[in-house]
Each structure stands twice: as C-alpha cells, then as structure tokens.
Design a protein around this ligand. Structure first.
Ligand SMILES: Nc1ncnc2c1ncn2[C@@H]1O[C@H](COP(=O)(O)OP(=O)(O)OP(=O)(O)O)[C@@H](O)[C@H]1O
Ligand SMILES: Cc1ncc(CO)c(N)n1
Length: 266
C-alpha cells in the first residue's frame, strides 16, 4: 500500500485543506497521513479564525511519521507563517523526501490570508527548492513573481521565473483565467499545456487542494510528472462536475471513488 502525507491546514467544513487531501488520497486507493500546520474555523462562506500549531508540535508530527513509516509522496498546502515554513523545511531536510508537491496556498476563495504576506519570502527561499512540483494558481504566481498575469504568454514568463527558484517542475493553474481552464507545466525546457473545459459552477471550494493531492497520489504510484498531472486534471474535472452545495456559499468538490473507477480514472 502506497502512503501519502499532507502537511497543511485543517478546514472545519471539510471542503479544502487536510480534509480534501485525505479524501483525495483515499479516492486514489492510497493510505493518507497528515501533519496539521494550523486549524481554521471555516465554512462555505468564509474563514472565521485561525490558530497556528506550535512549531514544536509540527516538528514532532513530521518526525513521528518519517521515523517510523516510509512515505511515497508528500503534499504541502497552507503553511501560514514564517516559523512554520522554516520548521517544515528544516525537519524535512533530515529525511529522504520523495515526490514533494507544493501548493503555495496564499488567499482563500473568500479573501482570507492563509499565508501571512511577509512569509512569502520564506516560502520561496526554503520550500520551493525542495519541490518536485509547485502548483501556484494565477494570483499566487503573481505574488511569487511580482508580475501581472493576464494571458497564456504571461503564464509562460511567470513559469520560467518560478523555475529559477529551483523546483523541478512548475505547474501554473489557469482556473482563474476566463474561458478555458488551461494549466501550464514547465520543466526548465519545454512547456506542456493541459486543456479542460470550464465547468460552470460556483462550487469550487478546495479545487487547488484536491488537484495537488491528486498529483501527489499519482506520483506515489510512480507515474511521471506529466502523466500524474494529466490524471489529476481528469480527476479534478470529474470532482468539480460532481461538486454540490452543502451550505450558503462555495460548495466542495466530490471525491467519489466508485464513480471515478467506473469512469476509468483510477
Ligand atoms: N470551473 C472550472 N472548470 C474546470 N476546471 C477548473 C475550474 N476551476 C478550476 N479548475 C481547475 O481546477 C484546478 C485547480 O485550480 P484553481 O486555479 O481553481 O486552484 P486554486 O485557486 O488554487 O484553488 P483553491 O482556492 O482551492 O486554492 C486547476 O487544474 C484548474 O484548471
Ligand atoms: C485550510 C485550508 N487550506 C487551503 C485552502 C485553499 O484555499 C483553504 N480554504 N483552507
């Protein structure tokens, strides 16, 4: 059984964060584990409070896992503050970490800062060079690079700039551009495009978390990065198509193992 770890924040309403990650791992038939960096009070309408977990406990959670269990892939999501970032980087550097996917979570769909703006530099300096794949959306790529991204050509320039921060692969997600949801992969040499039809729904809470966890799941299954993203895009498209309302705001994506299996996605 392949084992996948998420290092991220808890989302009380279950649509994003640790909860989305663990559901995605299960839907891929994998064993999911978690290191919780922060607890958020959150629902489909917004984020109402955050408590960061102490760096001591974050370090102990990581050590507890890696001292005992072999981990096939790791996904990092909400990391909140500079001290958390430094602790994660320092602790992970003591282990052989395979297949690290970093989703540089910054601002929630409702506008709450899940990463303190001053922690951006630490994320770039300490975490990005450890990544096999980094998966910014367009607003995140804009913050990381300091450039405005309006169309595909800008996405390419941003990908080249982020690649210089030393991840192995950069995937810029085009979900925030109008029309088609084109994602762009850059490996330092070539660009690869992932096209998918924009699905007309307001229920996209946790799409970024789900995509990065699906990529980590596929890497744990020893797929190549390009194939892992292809399969993860198919997964997120079905998960968005099956999304539903659970409250008054932005509803979650759906992780329905049997459904995806029938569709031949897993
Ligand atoms: N309406 C949509 N229809 C189809 N695909 C979408 C849609 N919205 C997002 N996607 C895809 O979902 C994936 C996640 O992208 P998105 O840009 O929404 O992530 P995100 O903004 O990081 O999400 P989050 O708010 O959870 O952090 C990408 O592959 C993107 O292309
Ligand atoms: C805990 C958490 N992580 C990530 C996201 C993605 O926006 C969220 N809303 N909440």
């Amino acid at each position: 059984m392949k084992k996948v770890l998420t290092i991220a924040g808890s989302d009380s309403c279950g649509g994003a964060g640790i909860q989305a990650d663990l559901k995605t791992f299960s839907a891929h038939g994998l064993f999911g584990m978690s290191v919780i960096t922060a607890v958020t009070a959150q629902n489909t309408q917004g984020v109402f409070g955050v408590q960061d977990i102490s760096t001591e406990l974050i370090q102990k959670q990581i050590e507890a896992i890696f001292d005992d269990i072999s981990v096939d892939a790791v996904k990092i999501g909400m990391v909140s503050i500079t001290d958390t970032i430094k602790t994660i980087a320092e602790t992970l550097s003591r282990y052989q970490v395979k297949n690290l996917v970093i989703d540089p979570v910054m601002v929630s769909k409702s506008g709450y800062h899940l990463l303190q703006p001053e922690a951006k530099e630490a994320l770039i300096r300490y975490l990005l060079p450890m990544a096999r794949v980094v998966t910014p959306n367009i607003p995140e790529a804009e913050v990381i690079t300091g450039m405005k991204i309006n169309h595909l050509e800008d996405m390419k320039k941003a990908a080249v700039q982020i690649y210089q921060m030393k991840p192995e692969y950069v995937l810029i997600k085009g979900g925030h551009l109008e029309e088609e949801a084109i994602d762009l992969l850059y490996d330092g040499q070539d660009f690869k495009y992932y096209h998918s039809q924009r699905i007309d729904t307001k229920n996209t809470h946790g799409t970024g978390c789900t995509l990065s966890s699906a990529i980590a799941s596929n890497l744990a299954k020893e797929m190549s990065v390009a194939d892992a993203i292809e399969a993860a895009k198919a997964y997120i498209s079905v998960a968005i198509k099956q999304s539903f309302s659970i409250g008054k705001g932005v509803g979650p994506t759906h992780h329905f193992y049997e459904l995806y299996k029938k569709a031949g996605l897993i």
